[in-house]
Design a protein around this ligand. Structure first.
Ligand code: NAD
Length: 369
């Protein structure tokens, strides 16, 4: 049996609490002989700063590089608000993304039937929603140079950000989206603003070319990013996979996220290019939420986003897609039974803490397995 090398980085605040629950899932798989994991644990964010004076140590970066998948909790908290900018907790996450060259960010928006009433949209619009936003993560306007604020000397300043994309960056993210679509409903919507942006013109051209050359079997639609935002709140179920750049992806994925209810429910994955020899992609899996200092240490955090992120690692990095589906099923069944953490509590349901929610999901997994 293959040995899966996991590197766990719990981080700060509720990151450590939700990661402790993932560790129980790892033990569950191991103790039943379903998979063999070699799980190491490191420090990131404020806890790494306290121990090493930086947001992630070189030794932990080496372990992250060698892992089949990095599982990341959350970083930050008021204790580290005043540490130097380059050592702030988020710098650990940014270094991981940069050094592992994680250019593809996958954010699923899944609406569990039991939670459809918590959405800001009507039940029939979101019930059964299952879409995936594939966001380009390492290019575009967040990184393009020049990036400056210049004093014009007349009481005015000028701010410049640069939106820049090369063909290869669009080509590789498009391939990730088309490959994923083939494992789902075989439909991709590519979103940009080619009507007003040159980067949108090139984006449209390259995605169309990749489609024609390599993925003619996948249905492709082009949608302007502003229209895409509107369509997401009008009729989100029309989409399966949406591929878009860093800036639009940042916004569209947050819009899609809120269709499904709480921050505590949202997993994500970030993938790099496949290794030429092994075909293995570097990868990092993390919940979308932060370290939630307001509820940390009280057994209040919802562990579902973290557990669902672990399920994504099973699917995308460890070749255990069937088990990922079972974990997701176990989450759905737990919610069907009315078990809720406080962030998703509704009238007539049973409120539980972090550990009890994970207990309930493990119990359902045991029943499905
Ligand atoms: P947050 O996501 O930590 O919390 C926002 C709100 O959602 C809070 O009220 C919190 O209690 C609630 N919440 C979040 N996750 C939850 C969960 N799993 N279960 C129940 N409730 C949950 O965002 P914030 O308050 O803006 O930031 C807090 C800290 O986290 C800051 O230091 C910020 O920099 C950091 N942060 C880190 C990441 C990351 O590690 N990727 C992301 C966002 C924010």
């Amino acid at each position: 049996m293959a040995i899966h090398k996991l590197f766990l980085l719990p981080g700060d605040g509720i990151g450590t609490e939700v990661m402790a629950e993932v560790a129980r899932f790892i033990d569950w798989f191991s103790s039943r002989g379903i998979a063999t994991f070699e799980a190491e644990q490191g420090l990131v964010g404020g806890s790494a700063y306290d121990a090493h004076g930086k947001a992630i140590s070189d030794a932990d970066m080496a372990l992250a590089n060698a892992a089949d998948a990095v599982i990341f909790g959350a970083v930050g908290g008021p204790k580290w608000d005043d540490v130097p900018y380059e050592k702030r907790p988020e710098a650990g996450l940014l270094r991981l993304r940069k050094d592992l060259a994680l250019f593809a960010n996958l954010r699923p928006a899944i609406c569990y039937p039991a939670l459809a009433d918590s959405s800001s949209l009507k039940r029939h619009l979101v019930e059964g929603l299952d879409l995936l936003i594939v966001r380009e993560l390492t290019g575009g306007v967040y990184f393009g140079e020049p990036k400056t604020i210049t004093d014009l000397g007349n009481g005015q300043k000028r701010a410049i950000d640069t939106q820049v994309y090369d063909t290869y960056e669009i080509d590789r993210i498009a391939r990730v989206a088309f490959d994923l679509a083939r494992t789902r409903s075989n439909k991709v919507a590519s979103s940009e603003k080619r009507n007003v942006m040159k980067s949108g013109v090139l984006w449209h051209e390259v995605v169309s070319q990749v489609h024609a050359e390599s993925y003619p079997d996948v249905e492709l639609e082009h949608v302007l990013a502003d229209n895409c935002g509107m369509q997401l709140v009008r009729n989100p179920k029309q989409y399966d996979v949406i591929v878009t750049d860093n800036l639009f992806g940042d916004m569209l994925s947050d819009v899609a996220a809120m269709l499904t209810g709480s921050l505590g429910m949202l997993p994500s994955a970030s993938l790099g290019a496949p290794d030429e020899q092994s075909g293995r992609r570097k990868s990092l899996y993390e919940p979308v939420h932060g370290s939630a200092p307001d509820i940390a240490g009280q057994n209040l955090a919802n562990p579902i986003a973290m557990i669902a992120s672990f399920a994504m690692a099973l699917r995308y990095s460890l070749g255990m897609g069937d088990w990922a589906g079972k974990v997701e099923d176990a989450i759905s069944r737990t919610l069907d039974k009315g078990i809720r953490t406080s962030d998703i509590m509704q009238d007539g349901m049973t409120q539980v803490g972090t550990t009890q929610m994970a207990d309930a999901i493990l119990h359902e997994l045991e029943a499905i397995a």
